[in-house]
Design a binder for this molecule. Structure first.
Ligand code: FES
Length: 340
């Protein structure tokens, strides 16, 4: 038996089956609920249940706190209903610059190690076709068993080959396969583009806060900005544990050197004795806090582990950032059951 979900602010409704999450039913009905990870990791699909029975169990605390849940919040990608439901959620605007996703074969053109645990993968679509996407979005590899692994696209949309940065996950089946066995020229299936992490129109200066391979979508956005001659003042804070984890450092230094409006600040959280002493140390969000009096007139974009994103959000909002000027993509770190 199906039920109905009513979106209060928009006065629209759609049908939902017991086997569907609210997000799946919304997508099937063409309703534009925001989403990122689709596995309870990023919080992009958070809404508030005004009435009805909703069950949301598999998610990360950083995507929704106990307090938020107790106050009626739910994550649409992880929520099933057992009655009609009334929901409060801000939908994406129809003019958001996002392309429809499609499933397509891709060929692995090259695999190159960027650091001891990060691999760059270049993918090519069949023939002369290219992927239409917005800088900052991600794709999903579709495995033979139907399971999926999500990775941010690190290349800008004007680049022919699709670039990914894959970090080796301890015990992660897919990333171990990539590091140990995957062959160049092998063919795989992906769905792309997906996600709502992209640069919003504004004149405000931008603060990017990334952790580890959270750098990938930010690289895509910055290279796209350079390509489109967008000269908003940009601060890139790149947090890694130690120097051995820092990759594409020269590229970022090059951006800073060639573009006066780009400022690059790498930060080591657990530096080793032999690491470059001129690089700042501490937690990446703390470095950002130390550098600004107020975030009132800024936009902030954060990618990385949920704890990095959540801490950055709390800290910046406390110091004046408007909540809806903070954009995040924490999907790269799936809950343990979906380990990549
Ligand atoms: S899309 Fe639901 S938590 Fe990320």
């Amino acid at each position: 038996m199906s039920h109905k979900v009513f979106i209060q602010s928009e006065s629209i409704s759609f049908d939902i089956k017991p086997s569907q999450t609210i997000l799946e039913a919304a997508i099937a009905a063409g309703i534009n609920i925001p989403f990122g990870c689709r596995n309870g990791g990023c919080g992009s699909c958070k809404g508030k249940v005004l009435s009805g029975e909703v069950f949301c169990e598999e998610y990360q605390q950083s995507a929704m706190t106990d307090e938020e849940k107790a106050n009626g919040s739910t994550l649409c990608c992880q929520s099933y209903v057992s009655s009609d439901v009334r929901l409060e959620i801000k939908l994406n605007k129809a003019n958001d610059p996002l392309h429809e996703s499609k499933i397509t074969p891709v060929r692995v053109e090259a695999l190159t190690k960027l650091s001891h645990d990060v691999m760059k993968m270049l993918l090519k679509l069949p023939g002369n076709s290219t992927l239409k996407f917005t800088a900052g979005q991600y794709l999903e590899f579709i495995m033979a068993d139907g399971s999926r692994r999500a990775f941010s696209i690190a290349s800008p949309p004007h680049q022919e080959l699709i670039e990914l940065h894959l970090r080796l996950i301890d015990g992660g089946k897919f990333t171990n396969f990539v590091f140990e066995e995957m062959q160049e020229k092998s063919i795989h299936r992906i769905e792309a583009p997906i996600g709502q992490f992209y640069l919003r129109d504004s004149e405000k200066p931008i603060i990017f806060i990334s952790g580890g391979t959270g750098f990938a979508p930010i690289k895509s956005v910055i290279e796209d900005m350079i390509h489109r001659d967008i000269k908003r003042t940009t601060y890139l804070y790149q947090g890694v544990r130690a120097e051995k984890d820092l990759y594409m450092h020269e590229l970022c230094l090059g951006w800073q050197k060639e573009h006066q409006h780009i400022h690059y600040i790498p930060v080591f959280s657990e530096p080793e004795k032999t690491d470059n002493q001129s690089i700042r140390t501490g937690l990446v969000h703390q470095a950002v806090l130390d550098d600004f009096q107020s975030f009132e007139n800024y936009q902030a974009y954060s990618c990385g582990a949920p704890i990095v994103v959540q801490t950055a959000f709390n800290a910046l909002v406390e110091k004046g950032l408007l909540e809806d000027e903070f954009f995040a993509d924490a999907f790269t770190f799936a809950p343990p059951k979906n380990k990549i």
